[in-house]
Design a protein around this ligand. Sequence first.
Ligand SMILES: CC(C)=CCC/C(C)=C/CC/C(C)=C/CC/C(C)=C/COP(=O)(O)OP(=O)(O)O
Ligand SMILES: O=P(O)(O)OC[C@@H](O)CO
Ligand SMILES: [Mg+2]
Length: 261
Amino acid sequence: MRPTPLSLYDALRARQQHGRKALAVLLDPDNLDETSLLHLLSLSETHPVDYFFVGGSLVISSHQAALITLIKAHSDVPVLLFPSHSMHLDGPADGLLLLSLISGRNPDFLIGQHVVAAPRLKASGLQLLSTGYMLVDSGRPTTASYMSGTAPMPYNKPGIAACTALAGEQLGLKLMYLDGGSGAENPVSGAMIAAVREAVSAPLIVGGGLNSGEKLYAALAAGADVVVVGNHIEDKPEFLAEAVGVVASFNQVAASQRVFQ
Ligand SMILES: CC(C)=CCC/C(C)=C/CC/C(C)=C/CC/C(C)=C/COP(=O)(O)OP(=O)(O)O
Ligand SMILES: O=P(O)(O)OC[C@@H](O)CO
Ligand SMILES: [Mg+2]
């Protein structure tokens, strides 16, 4: 009998327990046409990624569902919706990051959108991954903080991020996401990632402005379990090879260290 596949959450936990890091590529439907998506999917056959996240702060285009259908036709990589609004739920994805914006104090993004979306989410059959979403000041205003009407957490206050994540975990959120925001000038600091890592046991996703191998490596070394790259792969799809290489080499070194322990 074939074993039942692990749920998305159990697979993330299993990875984390084995010290295996993951790369998620963020696809923004507003910045992606079918030709560029097919190019990226063909690159990802040679350089396998772990997750596709799909989302953007507006989603003006109406082809999100068609893009996800195209991914599903060409790839087995799990697709997770990364919605900025309860309206952005279309497409045959595998799961959804059910974000509660715990760095902010806007009730609509803490619980309001979720109330509106709840019946549709229940009917969708999507695997829901409740996620404490934290926006961090990255040097300039970001679309996500503007659109959500919330102030990001100060860049140099790891303690605030740690207590925010801890409170989120105590409330039952299963994943944590530290985000410097799309195209962040400065990615979230290693000190903040390490403080959150220390405070909670939930798998930790980190993104925003990770546009070089060194920045990806630093986020992983500080304790990120999943690193997310959006803009830089949109601009330079060839960066996918380097990003995949950084995560793979990190995993290899970690595995060989375990053998010699
Ligand atoms: C309950 C449901 C279904 C949704 C909750 C929605 C919440 C709480 C969202 C959190 C706040 C927010 C605005 C998150 C943004 C997430 C996102 C898709 C970011 C990626 O978009 P960017 O790449 O930053 O945007 P642009 O490329 O458009 O600048
Ligand atoms: O587009 P970038 O800067 O890679 O950011 C990815 C994501 O974390 C933004 O929400
Ligand atoms: Mg974007």
